[in-house]
Design a binder for this molecule. Sequence first.
Ligand SMILES: [Fe+2]
Ligand SMILES: [Fe+2]
Length: 205
Amino acid sequence: MNSEFSAVPITKHVYWVGAIDWNIRDFHGYATSRGTTYNAYLIMDKKITLIDTVKRPFFPEMLARIRSVVDPARIDIIVSNHAEMDHSGSLPEAIELIKPEQVFASSMGTVALQDHFHWKTKVLSVKDQEKISLGELELQFFETRMLHWPDSMFTWIAREKLLFSQDAFGMHLASARRFADELPGNILVEEGANTSPTSCCRTRP
Ligand SMILES: [Fe+2]
Ligand SMILES: [Fe+2]
């Protein structure tokens, strides 16, 4: 397999399995001169979990990255932190392929996803601060309405000190690098100032 499409380890249990959009130059109104990144994460625990998906045309790329770690059919849970299509565009295909036990979103996210997809698929609403156990790790959900849409929520793994923050602290940037400290500071400052939220970049744990 092309190593370009491998998962990137973030912690012992968590891998980045998103996609890089090198060519996009207009992200619904935002100039994206350096492209953008769609972030999805795989958590390997007793309950294998996928956090978010990617824009629909990039579904095969996400799948290839997941397959570099695990057969996608073994995923038990999908969490949707944000209903916009750069996070949820592949959710119908992912659900169809994976047939997860459970799909979770915020209460507003559940409504937004049903509106987008007219699903019969049941998406379970999680409450603010609700926790679920994956085995060794525990996920905790936080409603973050208007950070940056009404449906937005964060997922937090306290033990790994890892926050899946959807678009709240992001920027538009395509890069082969996954960690902020691998990138020139001036690019981070420039893109952080330029763009309203989308995905990408955290400092290395
Ligand atoms: Fe968004
Ligand atoms: Fe986004």
